[in-house]
Design a protein around this ligand. Structure first.
Ligand SMILES: NC(=O)c1ccc[n+]([C@@H]2O[C@H](COP(=O)([O-])OP(=O)(O)OC[C@H]3O[C@@H](n4cnc5c(N)ncnc54)[C@H](OP(=O)(O)O)[C@@H]3O)[C@@H](O)[C@H]2O)c1
Length: 322
């Protein structure tokens, strides 16, 4: 019998229970997966806590790596025994086995391990679309990136450096500043102590930056808008500190700013869109971008992993082993 983390109510980490589940057979267009490694992401916290509403009982989680165990009728893109990863779709990655749509699977190249895949599908594909599609960063530009020592943050710092950008990154402690610096962040700012907007203006000679990548939300909202240069783009892609306020159009007028709230769901809505950002990520890993797996927990201990993530104790990626 397979097991999964199941929630019967939304709330604190304690609502997650490791239970036996009935997986069932793969239907048309589906595969049955034996998962090896699950990736932990901040979206899992929103799913568990009620930030995103789920039909209960439910399993949570949005990325994993594993092996195809069985294929349903009409599946042509993968076969039994293939190593695959996936991101998004219906929540339910916190499981030993699951049914999943074949169309959404990402075949894993031999040189990408299951750990690397589960540690980077969601975070790395996010960076892939953020810096290539949402605001295509050019060599020589200076960008502001919040939570630069985190999962998305450490991958983004490295990727932005490879493009040739100068990276200003905010972090919650001096230790995290060192981690961000080690991954290519040119100017780490401890925003829990220093005024990051003032520092950005100092570093950019009063100009501001053309883009802010913000996965932190409420706590940095005003300072982020204030850090932008004329015609700059605010990329608000997450809310680890709580939801940002509603956008007041007048606030954008003074510098003719752009505001966008992108998500991975539309960026993985088709196989073509998904494989484009996945292949770009695999190429960057081959060019030297490291997926830093700094925390590993057993799947059954997912509650501990959530506590650490919410307490800002994690850096880089966190995986749950099956
Ligand atoms: N839209 C998308 O497509 C998409 C995709 C992936 C992720 N995201 C978002 O990107 C953000 C980062 O995701 P991640 O999984 O890589 O997480 P993470 O960055 O590894 O962890 C979250 C970090 O946010 C910072 N933070 C600031 N204030 C916080 C607070 N009050 N509580 C908790 N953390 C706080 C902490 O870093 P410091 O201590 O350094 O401040 C913490 O380590 C999340 O908001 C996530 O939802 C969005």
């Amino acid at each position: 019998m397979a097991h999964a983390i199941v929630i019967h109510e939304q709330g604190g980490p304690e609502v997650m229970r490791f239970e036996e589940i009935a997986v069932g057979a793969a239907g048309p267009g589906e595969v049955r997966l034996r998962q090896t490694v699950v990736g932990l992401n901040y979206i899992d916290v929103y799913q568990r806590s009620g930030g995103y509403k789920l039909d209960l009982p439910a399993s949570i989680g949005m990325e994993a790596a594993g092996v195809v165990e069985a294929v349903g009728e009409g599946v042509e893109t993968v076969k039994v025994g293939d190593r695959v990863g996936y991101v998004m779709g219906t929540p339910g990655a916190y499981a030993e086995e699951r049914i999943y749509p074949a169309e959404r699977l990402i075949p894993l190249p031999d040189d990408i391990s299951d750990e690397q895949a589960a540690g980077s599908m969601l975070k790395g594909l996010t960076v892939s679309y953020l810096v290539r599609r949402t605001f295509p960063v050019q060599a020589g530009q200076t960008v502001l990136l919040h939570a630069a020592a985190g999962g998305v943050g450490t991958i983004a710092c490295q990727w932005l450096k490879k493009i040739g950008a100068t990276v200003i990154g905010t972090v919650g402690s001096d230790e995290k500043a060192e981690i961000a610096r080690a991954h290519g962040c040119d100017h780490p700012i401890v925003y829990t102590r220093d005024d990051f907007q003032a520092r950005v203006m100092e570093i950019t000679g009063g100009e501001g930056v053309p883009v802010v990548y913000d996965g932190v939300g409420a706590a940095v909202y005003e300072g982020s808008l204030g850090s932008l240069a004329r015609f700059g783009t605010m990329v608000h892609f997450g809310a680890a500190s709580g939801p940002a306020p509603a956008v007041e159009p007048k606030l954008l007028a003074g510098k003719a700013l752009y505001f966008t709230r992108p998500g991975l769901a539309p960026h993985t809505a088709t196989r073509e869109l998904t494989l484009d950002i996945a292949n770009a990520l695999f190429d960057k890993i081959r060019e030297g971008v490291k997926i830093e797996i700094n925390q590993t927990y057993a799947l059954k201990d997912a509650a501990e992993a959530h506590r650490a993530l919410e307490a800002r104790e994690t850096t880089g990626s966190t995986i749950l082993t099956v």
